[in-house]
Design a protein around this ligand. Structure first.
Ligand SMILES: [Cu+2]
Length: 184
């Protein structure tokens, strides 16, 4: 009777130690992925250049001085030579995240669009009326498949208003669109 707890405790301790070691190893591996320079967002697996991304849904190790919103301290507006990158996730479902984006008047922005989920999406961006009408010639990336990333660069030097949308069949009608607010 007295030996039972003595026999069980060492076994329990071994299991516990193994579990802790495994957790530490997993955490170390995960950290290594996050801090590896240039990889940005694990699954997406692309380097997004200077500035990186600090505000994406999936978090990320990009950061950098160019990740804050227009009108906040530390904000650096994109230029034609060095566009500001804004990450957009299309899906899952007929939605973009974020669905509202602020840009500085006149700045150049590269939208880095990744599809989450199995449905193919597009990302059209420009003057709101052209986007609503799916007008040919409006900047867009089409056929962005699951976990694919495509980029489109736009300069917001017109009067606005601006918007973005997906015109895959039924998506716009289901609400797959967003607004762009010009700041300044
Ligand atoms: Cu879509």
């Amino acid at each position: 009777m007295l030996q039972t707890p003595a026999k069980r405790n060492p076994a329990f301790l071994v299991v516990l130690v193994v579990a802790i070691v495994a957790l530490l190893a997993a955490a170390a591996a995960f950290t290594a992925v996050l801090v590896r320079p240039g990889t940005g967002f694990g699954m997406v697996g692309a380097a997004y250049g200077p500035g990186g991304f600090g505000a994406g849904m999936m978090g990320g190790a990009g950061g950098g001085s160019n990740s804050s919103e227009p009108g906040t301290s530390g904000f650096v507006a994109g230029t034609a030579a060095a566009p500001r990158a804004i990450r957009v996730v299309a899906g899952p479902g007929d939605a973009f995240s974020p669905s509202s984006i602020s840009v500085a008047r006149g700045e150049t922005v590269t939208f880095v669009v990744t599809t989450a989920g199995p449905i193919v999406h597009e990302f059209m961006v420009g003057p709101a009326d052209a986007v609503a009408a799916d007008q040919p010639g409006t900047p867009e990336v089409a056929d962005v498949g699951m976990m694919q990333t495509k980029s489109v660069t736009v300069t917001f030097d017109g009067p606005g208003p601006y918007a973005f949308a997906c015109h895959q069949a039924g998506h716009y009608e289901a609400g797959m669109r967003g607004t762009i607010t010009i700041v300044g």
